[in-house]
Design a protein around this ligand. Structure first.
Ligand code: FAD
Length: 182
């Protein structure tokens, strides 16, 4: 139902504006999106030139659960709108024309790539991924869906004990890097 005389202007058409506009429209507001570029999508839009298509921003389909939740809120699923195709290998990192690492599409093979590069390194990768998994679960549960009205929303028993991981002190890290370089 349209909420009488309730019009909302949304500035921009990136993921955040588009999703906010969808939720507002679902609540019955009359929503108008204003975008300064010729195409929608913000950082995630495409640039077409000479028959080539360039993705301007995102490369990785991170946080698929966030997309699934978004579409589910409207009784839909991502596959109603696009098809995901898993790439194998996942990607290749070039350090020079002749020097690159190919990253496979599964964790077991990625560990093998790490071992080939530096024996013993895969155990550190496994440890890092475990901690990243825990952080991800906490971030999605305790942080991502907060309205963003106050920084205090981000404080919970779980986030408080990991404050250095969620809010790293960059000046400390940068200090370390510049010391190494000197
Ligand atoms: C190089 C790069 C690589 C990335 N890789 C990944 C990735 O692999 N995976 C991933 O998940 N994320 C990735 N990201 C992040 C992701 O692209 C962004 O987080 C996301 O697209 C941001 O969406 P947004 O709606 O917050 O902002 P934006 O996409 O920046 O949208 C803001 C919109 O507002 C418009 N706008 C601003 N001011 C005005 C105005 N005054 N009037 C009208 N319109 C206005 C802008 O033109 C723009 O369209 C990447 C980003 C970049 C730049």
């Amino acid at each position: 139902m349209i909420k009488q005389n309730k019009s909302i202007a949304v500035i921009g058409s990136g993921f955040s504006s588009l999703s906010a506009a969808c939720y507002l429209a679902k609540e019955g507001y009359h929503v108008t999106i204003y975008e300064k570029n010729n195409t929608v999508g913000g950082r995630a839009r495409q640039y077409l030139n000479n028959g080539f298509t360039f993705d301007i921003g995102p490369t990785w389909y991170w946080m698929p659960d966030v997309f699934e939740k978004f579409f589910a809120d409207f009784g839909k699923k991502p596959s109603d709108y696009y098809a995901l195709e898993k790439l194998s290998p996942a990607y290749q990192v070039y350090f020079d024309q002749q020097d690159s690492i190919t990253i496979p599409d599964n964790f077991k093979d990625i560990c093998a790539v790490f071992e080939a590069e530096e024996p013993g390194s895969s155990k550190h990768l496994i440890k890092f991924m475990k901690s990243a998994e825990d952080n991800y679960d906490i971030a999605v549960r305790d942080m991502v869906y907060k309205p963003g009205v106050s920084p205090l929303e981000l404080v919970s028993a779980k986030t408080a004990v990991r404050v250095n991981q969620f809010f790293p002190r960059y000046e400390k890290k940068l200090g370390k890097i510049s010391k190494v370089k000197n």
